[in-house]
Design a binder for this molecule. Structure first.
Ligand SMILES: C[S@@+](CC[C@H](N)C(=O)[O-])C[C@H]1O[C@@H](n2cnc3c(N)ncnc32)[C@H](O)[C@@H]1O
Length: 230
């Protein structure tokens, strides 16, 4: 019996116990899954994120799955840079555009409080200093203020973590036509936040694309060749 065997047994038992409390379950015995978990733990050490380790593994694997798709990557909803670190750790040589008001959640009709998750662009820049050659930080309301910065780009991977109906719908309308075939748009808070679910269902009522809810609080949408970027 190896150390890794006992480690995976402990992790599985921990997850089984957490599963009874309503948290996600996974199996770390396979080396690919164990490696993904180790990668995200390393990235999560850079900055706090409420996105769970399991959800970070989903981000890690979605990023890796899109590495052969041409295009840049983007995240809207950066806060302290925790999930941005996971995306950067999973990708090599890819550029990541990071969008946030850096003043917290904007005004909305949703129940969330304006100004929650206020961060600072300078501190995110310091946190992600090791990746400074392949990130661009865009401050302001997305897409109204910062969308024009990237309107001529094409994307392989987009992470949305905006918490709000309006912003999520607007971001999907912005990115979806700019995604290359095989590209993945992954969102947090599905099905946790009703506004995010509503935005996805409204958007995909008329748009092509494969929408898949994941086992944590996330969903992914895969861009098909038939609805590729113009
Ligand atoms: C839950 S936090 C993001 C958490 C982050 N992904 C992490 O690593 O934990 C949500 C963020 O979305 C940002 N945000 C929400 N709507 C936005 C919009 N329309 N434009 C820019 N930023 C927005 C907020 O400022 C906040 O920092």
């Amino acid at each position: 019996m190896t150390f890794n065997y006992f480690k995976s047994r402990i992790q599985m038992s921990g997850h089984a116990a957490l599963g009874k409390l309503g948290f996600g379950l996974t199996n770390y015995r396979h080396p690919q899954r164990a490696e993904a978990l180790a990668n995200v733990q390393e990235a999560r050490a850079l900055a706090y994120t409420a996105t769970t380790p399991l959800e970070c593994v989903e981000i890690d694997q979605a990023v890796r799955a899109t590495l052969k798709v041409p295009g840049d990557m983007a995240e809207v909803g950066v806060y302290l840079g925790g999930t941005a670190a996971v995306i950067l750790n999973a990708s090599h040589g890819r550029h990541l555009h990071l969008f946030d008001t850096f003043a917290g959640l904007p005004d909305s009709g949703d129940y969330l409080v304006k100004g929650e998750y206020a961060g600072s662009m300078d501190s995110v820049s310091r946190t992600l200093a090791a990746y400074s050659d392949r990130i661009t930080l865009h401050a302001g309301l997305f897409p109204e203020d910062s969308g024009p910065d990237v309107e001529n780009l094409r994307f392989s991977f987009v992470h949305l973590d905006m918490d709000l109906y309006d912003g999520t719908l607007a971001a999907m309308r912005f990115f979806w036509p700019r995604m290359n075939p095989g590209g993945i748009l992954l969102s947090h808070d599905y099905p946790q936040i009703d506004g995010v679910v509503r935005a996805f269902h409204e958007f995909f009522a008329t748009e092509d694309g494969v929408l898949l809810p994941l086992s944590g609080q996330q969903c992914i949408a895969v861009k098909l060749a038939s609805n590729a970027a113009a």
